[in-house]
Design a protein around this ligand. Structure first.
Ligand SMILES: Cc1ncc(COP(=O)(O)O)c(C=O)c1O
Length: 441
């Protein structure tokens, strides 16, 4: 990247970056075109699509990726938090290999699932019992369904712009699960508590991420989360924390760190060691309704809920790799990186901000931190798109939406490389960053 690029106008700067991206990635482009023949838009996972076309990855090792055209990139996307252990940790590989050696699709409870369940229950304070699923979406669907059955009420409260899975976008998706729902604004403690009280005995549950991950790494304030806890307790609605992403933010998850006890918690991502995973758990009196020995037991099926690969990799990861000490260290490294990014912005006097917590962070145009996903979404997103392409050109892979996530194999060299790429972006794109920041005011 050079400072001679078309930098005064965001559209021109983006078009220029996209042209360079296309020229640098002929093989990814050819595979994309091939993929379009059998897959809509060449895609099977919406979030992985971006303009001009996504890089296609050939392999990964540690915290590095190699794309189809042979470029090496540091992986700061971290599979949207599921890639905590990197791409090739020997302990995870051994756990998968051990499971393969012992055979799979056993068609019965195996020797691993209760051990992973115990490790999860020991780790996260709000979980007295846990059940496994195959994805975070499924975990949330089960948690919400359980809350509705437990309370005998229909309605679900969620927050505008929050993401809880492919069928749980709520407003804004024609494919949402057909739950009766009501929406509130994230971080509006009074408004949300008032709405919960107003809904009274119609409301089954409140589904909330204690920090919006996909929505822009926007932490929920303690006042907001406490208000949800207080109001749901008062009306008998259940409080569900979606910790699919955030459980990595402390040894005890984010609810443990904040000292708030939700009734149910959904989990996912890295807890399966990098394989398909989801889980939901919480109060024993709710979860025990799934006890199949009860004559009125709630059903919860799933052929692969206890698949040996996930159970084995998840157990190895949680008990040997993401120990409480390493959880603290990784999140401290994330706080430090976010601090360095905000310092780099401040030194240049630019209107940009990096929000987040621990090992998850996101860059936003504008000098002030957005407090809700819709507020973040209103800012000039094209600047974040431009940053994404510029960072790729510098060998740094992040999420298109400006999110970066740390993984355990990363060290000082990767953090320094990231900061160098980020500072290069700030310097090269100063005029468009300034202009985008003015639009936020
Ligand atoms: C907060 C949150 N909940 C649920 C999900 C859905 O998980 P999965 O993609 O495993 O279905 C995600 C995925 O990104 C998420 O970020």
């Amino acid at each position: 990247m050079t400072t001679t690029l078309a930098n005064s106008d965001l559209d021109a700067a983006y078009a220029d970056a996209a042209e360079r991206f296309v020229a640098a990635n002929p093989k990814s482009r050819a595979i994309q075109e091939q993929a379009e023949k059998a897959m809509p838009g060449g895609n099977t996972r919406t979030v992985l699509h971006y303009h001009p076309f996504p890089l296609r990855f050939a392999r990964g090792e540690g915290c590095y990726l190699w794309d189809a055209d042979g470029h090496q990139l540091v992986d700061f996307l971290g599979e949207y938090t599921a890639g905590l252990y990197g791409h090739s940790d020997p302990l995870i590989r051994d756990a998968i290999k051990q499971a393969a050696d012992d055979g799979w699709v056993l068609g019965g409870p195996n020797l691993l699932e209760a051990r992973l369940a115990q490790a999860v229950v020991d780790r996260f304070p709000a979980l007295e019992r846990v059940r496994f699923t195959n994805s975070g979406t499924e975990a949330n669907m089960m948690a919400v369904a359980a809350a509705r059955a437990f309370t005998g009420r229909d309605r679900v409260m969620a927050f505008r712009g929050a993401y809880h899975g492919g069928l749980l976008y709520f407003a804004g998706s024609p494919l949402n699960a057909p739950f009766d729902y009501v929406m509130a604004d994230y971080n509006d403690a009074e408004g949300a508590a008032a709405l919960i009280r107003e809904q009274g005995d119609r409301l089954a549950c409140v589904l909330v991420e204690p920090m919006c991950g996909s929505g822009g790494c926007i932490p929920g304030t303690e006042a907001f989360l406490e208000a949800l806890r207080g109001a749901t307790e008062a009306t008998g609605a259940l409080l569900i924390f979606d910790e699919v992403m955030t459980s990595r933010l402390s040894p005890e998850g984010l609810h443990g760190l904040l000292g708030i006890r939700p009734d149910l918690v959904s989990l996912g991502k890295y807890l399966g060691g990098g394989l398909s995973f989801g889980a939901f758990g919480g109060r024993a009196d709710i979860l025990d309704r799934f006890d199949p020995r009860r004559p009125d037991a709630w059903p919860h099926a799933g052929t692969f809920n206890n698949n040996v690969f996930t159970m084995s990799a998840g157990l190895a990861g949680l008990t040997h790799l993401y120990t409480p000490e390493r959880a603290v260290m990784l999140n401290a490294a994330g706080d430090s990186l976010r601090g360095r990014m905000n310092d780099a912005i401040a030194r240049r006097g630019l209107p940009m901000i990096v929000t987040g917590r621990g090992s998850m962070m996101a860059v936003h145009p504008g000098a002030t931190a957005p407090v809700s996903p819709p507020e973040a979404g209103k800012r000039p997103r094209k600047l974040v798109d431009l940053m994404h392409l510029d960072l790729i050109a510098a060998g740094i892979y992040t999420a298109r939406r400006g999110m970066s996530v740390l993984s355990l194999p990363m060290g000082a060299a990767e953090f320094d490389r990231y900061i160098a790429g980020f500072e290069e972006f700030l310097d090269a794109r100063r005029p468009v960053i300034e202009r985008a920041g003015e639009a936020v005011r």
